[in-house]
Design a protein around this ligand. Sequence first.
Ligand code: FAD
Length: 328
Amino acid sequence: MAKGIMIIVEQRNLQIRKVSLELLSQARKIADATGEPVVAVVLGQGIDELAATVAASGADKVILIDDAKLAEYTTGAYTSVLNKLIRKEEPQAVLIGNTAVGKDLAPRLAQRLGVGLASDCTGMEADSNSFLTFKRPIYAGKAFAHLTSNVRPIMATIRPNTFPVAAPDAARQAEVVKEAAEIDAADLVAILKEVAIAASKRPELTEANIIVSGGRGMKGPENYNILEDLADVVGAAVGASRAAVDSGWKEHKFQVGQTGKTVAPTLYIACGISGAIQHLAGMGSSKFIVAINKDPEANIFNVADYGIVGDLFEVVPLLTEEFKKLVN
Ligand code: FAD
C-alpha cells in the first residue's frame, strides 16, 4: 500500500536548493497532521553529509543515491534511477521543486510511472479523501485550479517560494538508507561533458533576500548599471520585468513574474515597473515592497509598503549613496 510523502531533494555543488527545504518544511506539517512519513531522496556524488541537513529539515527517512553518473543532473540518469526507486518505495505523493531541473525531470518521470502531474503548484494541503490537493494558477493567475488524484503516487512540482522554510531541528533523527544507482544503459542517451556556470557574485534570483528590479522605465540596457550598483551595495540580486526582457535589455533568466521567476525576498525594490498583474504574480509575496515610479497612479503603489514618486535616475543613485553609508 502506498505510503509517505517523497521529496526529491535538489542539490547543486552539495548545497541543497532552498525550494527543497521549503518542500520538506511543508511536507513535515502535512506528515504531522496525517501520520504519513516524509521520505527525502538525494541524488549526486559525495552526498553523505547532506543527510543531516535533510533530517533536520523534516525528513523521517533519507535515501541517498551516490554515484559518479549522478554527480550532475542529467534527464536520462535521474529518470532511470527515480523511476525504479519510486516503484519500489510506493509513496503516496512525489514532490519536486518547479525549478529548471524539476520542470525537466517531473513530466518524464510521471510519464514513466504512468501518473498525472500537477505542475507549477502554489499551494498544497492535506485532503481527507485523496490525501493531497494542489492549487495552481490558471488564466494568467486570474483563477486557481484545485487538483488531486486517486492514482498513486500523486505527483506535483511546487513553485519556489510558495512555502516558508521552517527552522532546522538538529536533534531530529532520520533513518538513512543508501541505495545503488540502477541506471538503464538505454536511458543514457545524452552524456553531460561540461557545466558552464555564468560567473556572478550576486545571489540567484529565487534565493535572494533582496532584489532590485528594473522595468521599461529603465529606458535601455545601458542604464541597468545604476541598479547593479545599488544591488552590490546591499548584496541583492537584479531582476527585470517582462517589458525589459522582451526589449532585449536583460536575459529571460532575470524575468520576475508569471512567465518568469517567482520570488519572495525580504525586500523587493521595483524601479520603473508599473505593477501589471503578471509581474505581481511573481513578486507579490515579497515581505517588503519598495516602488520607485514617476507616475503616482502606477498600480505598483497599490502593493508597495513604501512608494517613492520620482525619477528613478535621480532616486536610485541617492539610495545607493545612503545605503553605502549604512553598510560602511
Ligand atoms: P510598463 O508597464 O511600461 O511600466 C513602466 C513604468 O515605468 C511606468 O509605470 C512608468 O511610469 C515608469 N517609469 C518610466 N520612466 C520612469 C522614470 N524615469 N522613473 C521612474 N519611473 C519611470 N510581465 C512581467 O513583468 N513578468 C511576467 O512574467 C509577465 N508575464 C506575462 C504573461 C502574459 C501571458 C502576459 C499577457 C503578460 C505578461 N507580462 C509579464 C507583461 C505585463 O502584462 C506587463 O506588460 C509588464 O509587466 C510591463 O512591464 P513594465 O512594468 O516594466 O512596463
